[in-house]
Write a protein that binds this ligand. Sequence first.
Ligand code: FMN
Length: 416
Amino acid sequence: MSLIVKKRREHGIAYAVFSSCVSEGNRANGFAFIGQFGTIRMKAKQLMKINNQGVDEMKIPPLKIGDETVSIPIIQGGMGVGVSLSKLASAVANAGGIGVIASVQIGFEEPDFFTNNNEANVRGLQKHIRKAKELSPAGTLGVNIMVAVQNYKEMVRTAVEEKIDLIISGAGLPSELPALVKGSNTKIAPIVSSGKAAALIAKMWDRKYQVLPDLVIVEGPDAGGHLGFSEEQLNAPEKPKLETMVQEVMASLKQYEEKYRKKIPVIAAGGIFDGNDIARYLKLGASGVQMATRFVATKECDAGEEFKEAYLNSTEETIGLVKSPVGMPGRAIINEFVEKMNQGNIPITRCTNCLKPCNPATTPYCITEALMNSVTGSAKEGLIFAGKNAYRISGIVSVKELMEELVKETETALAT
Ligand SMILES: Cc1cc2nc3c(=O)[nH]c(=O)nc-3n(C[C@H](O)[C@H](O)[C@H](O)COP(=O)(O)O)c2cc1C
């Protein structure tokens, strides 16, 4: 087995990664070296450890984003409205992953949310970033900011002012993101659903700003929330495959990585459920994964109990596609709310003008109200986004327990 050995500076621990995972280094006869840290030669077996069940394990590789090292290559996906706030994000960051606060309509708990929406959201974001940093002073924290929101620029500027480590942006083309974070240490990551989209962003940022994404998230069709595919693509017999998409994105970024002599970590997202899935994407060459659905069923998830219960009670058949005012299909639990909405548009009673693509006169429903209902009020009357595999979740655990289980499973799977 050919290996690349990575030495982590801060712990002085040698990590082994399947050679297919990484494009740097030299590979020969089961030995490897990394130039930066001098030559390390080690046999694969020496880097494996035997766990207490007698199973071979291999250390999970850390996620390197430029000068930042995150010990566990798991990003908790941003979940709006109010599903991933400071409590969940800080717990994930404390467990060694990247915790992500969802910024969309984050001011929903502010008293002036409906009268002074933009300022309420800026204030809400400030509060949650500060709180997350207080709860996880040493962890890595990100904010998810969808390009489709009206107050995109204000939210990015706020996150930068609050010195967030990472901004993740999907649901549109983040064409101005590099200019908005210029001069800060905030790293930027687009979410894409094809190699073509990754190449388009890299080309545009290279030309306009002479920068590259610090990492790229590739989101496949099994994710929860809004999807980067048309209904036809999602219902076709040959659905797009995340494995293929990850390979296409890596290939499309190669020329830019060579030009800038910079590695762009590629992160797989959508339907990733356990350590076997994580190991599969790492072996394919991804630098990590983004997972959201699994983090809903945690004690620290910011959503109410009814939201979590709805996940536990879901079945394969009750998770499906829904229309959305964002203009893309979404994946959610087919509950009473979705059935009502499928029978005809639900009239809008109040509007905060939150989304660029939404027309309140023709929209099938108000997504702010629907998402707010699901986390605060009766979940039945709200929209509950969920990934395709949500029905496989059997209980609520702590973030620490979930992360430990995922790492253990991944390490076992990497060794086989
Ligand atoms: C409840 C829920 C809310 C979500 N909200 C957002 C969001 O606000 N912005 C976004 O970019 N993605 C959102 N997503 C997508 C996730 O961040 C993530 O990429 C995706 O769900 C990964 O797939 P998985 O849930 O199968 O792990 C949401 C997903 C869920 C389940």
